[in-house]
Design a protein around this ligand. Sequence first.
Ligand SMILES: [Zn+2]
Length: 125
Amino acid sequence: MAEKKIQKRWLIYCEPCSFRSTIMEEEIKGFTEVPLVDTPGGHPKRNPETKKVETPKSLPRAKMFKCPQCGRGVIAKPLPDIYVKTIEDVEKEKLKKQDAERKKVQEERRIKEEEFINEKKDRST
Ligand SMILES: [Zn+2]
């Protein structure tokens, strides 16, 4: 089975000008992203077990885009990923449908032929 393509989405809502839009991963180029640094995970701490100073991992920050309407930076809210039907999936579905239709036609023809044969038999007897 073909792997399903996952697409990331974000929602941007600019309060001052009430611009609202969903950004799909493939549309991201159409928006100006404001680069943000990752949120630091905290102060470096000494691990009592390894006796080494460890810096907590930084947390990935939310994306920020420039509002296409007023130019303000708007934090994008991540939306749940969606599955995108690939062209392959669409083709497969089409073939499946065609196959089912063909079988239906064959079955109808078979029934008609049987009826015809039975009719013949009825006449001959
Ligand atoms: Zn705006």
